[in-house]
Design a binder for this molecule. Structure first.
Ligand code: M6R
Length: 608
């Protein structure tokens, strides 16, 4: 979704802003703009379309001189993608400019109030209201103006604000929308996400909701809504610039697929110690678990699919009932929650609006919240009672791969830790699982080594109009992810079905040549899924199976088999998903799709 950058320093601001916006392109956008202060005047350049249009318009920033500025990539919510609706928005006098990420829920009332006071509007956006409000409230003191603003705005927002009266600095604030401050040497910045700061600094400050920050080249100051100054909290980020570069790969998605063995290693190995599991920032005791009557796993998209795996794994290891919910449904369905409820929220970004809202709802009703998050200092990480980080590094491609894989192993580690605490798994079995977890990165490496075969079959099958994925139990959970991966980047219609459920309706869609992926890696149910494979084959389906190496039975009923190594049953999804990620990638590549930024999608969905 929208991305914000801001710069104050000795460099020309516009090129820095454009570079910063490049690093936020992955979030998804349809227009872009920058505003820079020069003397006591604000210059604006903005345009619908890709960032290149803005770069051409400004000669890579040269036509907009000055050392303090703000920039924005817009993902349209109010009003079509157009030059006029693009940010920054100027106030009527041209003395204030605003960039905004989020949604102002009461913008209509505010707009009507401002119109009555004589303000005029040129865009259809909710953001233009903020620019006019700043002008309306301004009595010579910008901090005071920002406090007024916070008191009237409803909704979610992160903002960057320029005032022509203060050419040495700019203002920023966040509420329920991500914003990070970069603390540099002789320069300071803001951005919606860390990758856009890394070329300048690895020292950052994560803002709390409703903190107002004043950014100048030599100083960052933070204030609360009473106008009291607060200390600047600095966090060192362990990612270097190369982590957010393609590093010779054609697409971030492919780079991230190939990085999975390392990400898994980083996520798993520090947590396996002396034959046991050591989880950082984890304060759940045996007594708490014994007192837990239900676990909810709540997330969106691929993170939800990890939750579906989690249900099978956690119920199997702990025998505690687990429900998995899509976050946007959970918050409105009056879930039954009390102090004996444990809620596990899963999110790569830690900023997904629906997941945040569901988490807050759960906490308000007394649940303990454990978060599985990739982005350090994100909202979910800050608000949860316990946090387990996935050490996947920055994930830039919209379609998640390494974040999904690392979430899976964190769920596995958690399930084994719970079993250890509760004594619900024999010691030898627990030890065997720890050993198998430690072996996963090498096994994933083996699957990746077979990528040419998957590439070949993608080149043969990419022109299908509809593809089904079937599986049972954990294979069904992985089928959901395989199907989502394919549809989000290749735009091929696809559905995931529980193998046994097909004949209750959907099998009527199977005809001669329909491509069906059968996931047959969950060993306890291979016989059963084989029967389902036979059923679709008998109706003309072209069958691609994912099976464990050496499975002759599945080979006998399939047109093509992608083999994966065998591991212990509960860990198998970590291997089964890899060929599906590669297949989706190669199909999308064959079709010439925009792989890293699929149409209509945003990396981090920060609005409801
Ligand atoms: O950042 P989150 O994990 O909370 O994001 C959730 C979903 O938006 C995300 O997994 C989405 O489904 C991906 N595009 C899937 O590849």
């Amino acid at each position: 979704m929208c991305g914000i950058v801001g710069y104050a320093g000795s460099l020309e601001a516009a090129p820095v802003l454009l570079k910063g916006l490049e690093k936020l392109e992955y979030r998804g956008y349809d227009s872009a703009g920058i505003a820079v202060i020069q003397g006591d005047k604000i210059d604006i350049a903005k345009a619908a379309g890709k960032l290149q249009v803005l770069k051409d318009l400004t000669a890579n920033g040269e036509k907009v001189p000055g050392h303090v500025g703000i920039g924005h990539t817009r993902w349209a919510t109010h009003g079509e993608p157009s030059d006029v609706n693009a940010h920054p928005h100027l106030s009527n006098s041209g003395r204030f400019a605003v960039v905004h990420n989020g949604i102002i829920e009461n913008y209509q009332q505010l707009k009507e109030m401002l119109q009555k006071k004589g303000f005029s509007f040129i865009s259809q956006t909710d953001t233009e209201v903020i620019a006019q409000l700043v002008e309306y409230f301004y009595q010579g003191d910008m901090l005071d103006t920002m406090i007024h603003l916070l008191n009237v705005l409803e909704g979610s927002y992160s903002l960057g604000v320029l005032s022509a009266d203060e050419p040495e600095r700019f203002y920023a604030v966040r509420k329920d929308s991500p914003l990070v401050v970069g603390l540099g040497q002789g320069e300071n910045l803001i951005a919606s996400d860390v990758p856009s700061l890394l070329a300048h600094t690895q020292e950052v400050c994560y803002l709390e909701d409703r903190e107002i920050v004043i950014i100048a080249s030599d100083r960052v100051r933070i204030f609360d809504t009473n106008g009291d100054e607060k200390p600047v909290r600095s966090t060192h980020i362990d990612w270097d610039v190369s982590a957010a570069e393609k590093g010779g790969y054609e697409h971030f998605m492919f780079k991230e697929i190939m990085e999975q063995p390392q990400s898994l290693q980083k996520t798993v190995s520090p947590r396996l110690k002396d034959g046991g599991i050591v989880l950082d920032d984890f304060h759940i005791t045996r007594e708490m678990l014994q007192n837990t009557s239900k676990i909810y796993i709540v997330a969106c998209g691929s993170s939800y699919h990890v939750g579906v795996v989690g249900k099978y794994v956690l119920e199997s290891t702990t025998r505690i009932p687990v429900e998995v919910d899509i976050a946007s449904e959970f918050r409105y369905r009056q879930p039954i929650i009390d102090e004996r409820t444990l809620m596990i929220v899963i999110s790569q970004s830690g900023e997904t609006a629906d997941t945040i809202a569901a988490m807050r709802e759960g906490k308000a009703q007394g649940a303990r919240v454990l978060a599985i998050v990739n982005v350090l200092g994100s909202t979910i990480a800050r608000e949860a009672d316990d946090v387990l980080y996935t050490w996947a590094g920055p994930e830039i491609a919209v379609a998640t791969t390494k974040a999904y894989s690392t979430q899976l192993v964190v769920i596995d580690l958690l399930a084994l830790k719970f079993a250890e605490l509760l004594g619900t798994m024999p010691e030898e079995e627990l030890a065997a699982y720890c050993e198998a977890l430690a072996n996963l990165p090498a096994q994933v490496e083996d699957v990746l080594a077979d990528k040419e075969k998957i590439q070949y079959w993608a080149s043969q099958l990419y022109n299908k109009h509809s593809i089904f994925f079937i599986g049972r139990n954990l294979d069904y959970a992985v089928a959901m992810e395989g199907s989502l991966k394919l549809k989000e980047i290749s735009y091929i219609h696809s559905e995931a079905y529980a193998g046994g459920e097909l004949k209750h309706g959907t099998i009527s869609l199977i005809e001669q040549g329909t491509l069906v992926f059968t996931l047959a890696t969950y060993q306890p149910l291979v016989e059963k899924i084989k029967s389902n494979a036979e059923e679709v084959r008998a109706r003309g389906a072209y069958l691609v199976s994912v099976a464990v190496a050496g499975d002759k039975q599945m080979a006998a009923v399939s047109d093509v088999v992608f083999s994966v190594p065998k591991t212990l049953p509960l860990l198998q999804p970590s291997l089964t998903v890899i060929p599906l990620q590669l297949f989706a990638y190669y199909v999308a590549s064959q079709k010439g799709c925009s792989i890293d930024q699929p149409k209509n999608l945003a990396k981090s969905v920060t609005v409801e």
